[in-house]
Design a protein around this ligand. Sequence first.
Ligand code: PLP
Ligand code: TYF
Length: 395
Amino acid sequence: LFSAIDMAPRDPILGITEAFNADTNPAKINLGVGVYYDDNGKVPLLECVQKAEAKLMEQQSPRTYLPIEGLAQYDKAVQELVFGADSPVIQEKRAITVQALGGTGALKLGADFLKRFSPNSEVFISDPSWENHRALFESAGFVVNNYSYYDPATHGVNFEGMIASLKSMPAGSIVVLHACCHNPTGADLTQAQWGSVIDAVRSNNLVPFLDMAYQGFGSGLAEDGAVVKRFVEAGGPLLVSNSFSKSFSLYGERVGALSVVASSAEEAARLLSQLKRVVRTNYSNPPVHGGKVVATVLATPELRQLWEAELAQMRVRIKQMRDELVAKLKAKAPSHDFDFVREQVGMFSYSGLTKEQVGKLREESIYAVDTGRICVAALNSKNIDRVVDVIAKVL
Ligand code: PLP
Ligand code: TYF
């Protein structure tokens, strides 16, 4: 049985971390994986999380199973964060939210759910997209296609191409859209462009699936989440996956959620029952700790305020690193224009470095993705000069 099984390909991004970990050069720098590091190069343990954990330690509670759909306080708090507390879909009980194992788990729940009820639809993801999008939807049994998204010439969005792609999709197609902080390019739509995308999605009867893994890393929680409200206002079915891996720095706790908007409370109840079936047949019910931490922070005004401040700090530091990277590259490699890095948002930049150049960076123990994607959130005041020197050298 096992002797004929081939090696599976490595995850192109997580594989970089494996190579990085094996590198013995003390000056090594990992710009591969999408993880936020502070100025000391450490993954932060947020103060709001520590305070919530201290509070939870005081009220030691037994570790019973959570409900299939997760902790009720968590689902409620997440729903209010994603849609806005005053959203009509909450008031009309048309939204359902289930706790999920990170953003990845939320995407997989949504994919399995959609496959069951729309088996012949095809899925469209941006060109390029997070590598796991294709793999996840294919593993749920879908054919996965690309829609035009990135324009390497402008380092921005190929907006006309994207709209043309949306208009050519068969009705019922599932479109995966990055709500903010596009991974891997860092190129987001403007608010005006979102309006046209929403029109095209709705007039063509497509099924939008918003993936929001970086809320708060672009312009702010409300600004980054605005697109969810606009889709709600436009009416029609909607799926939203969200993740707290980055925004709470809780990567390993696997905290995320899937929300679905139905046309009525009665329909929502049916959808929830079916989503619970998907959960039950995959992992039965989610883990307790991360959900409790996030629910505690979101529902406790002082902790919530602290979280928003800590999230803003992360966002501002990334922007500073973008500015410094551009300024330092201008000094060291004046014939190359990197101004576009300042226009990009979120953790990543499609730097324009070629696969060969990325290979040369790696010879100097600086790790990036072959596509030229770098994680700006891994730059800091101590490593940026070496990164700039090596980039200038390979250019
Ligand atoms: N979606 C996108 C676009 C991502 O970049 C990530 C990153 O990890 C995820 C989903 C998955 O989130 P999580 O790590 O919470 O599973
Ligand atoms: O794109 C990234 O780097 C993050 C982290 O299979 C990640 O989203 C990468 C690959 C993967 C899971 C998470």
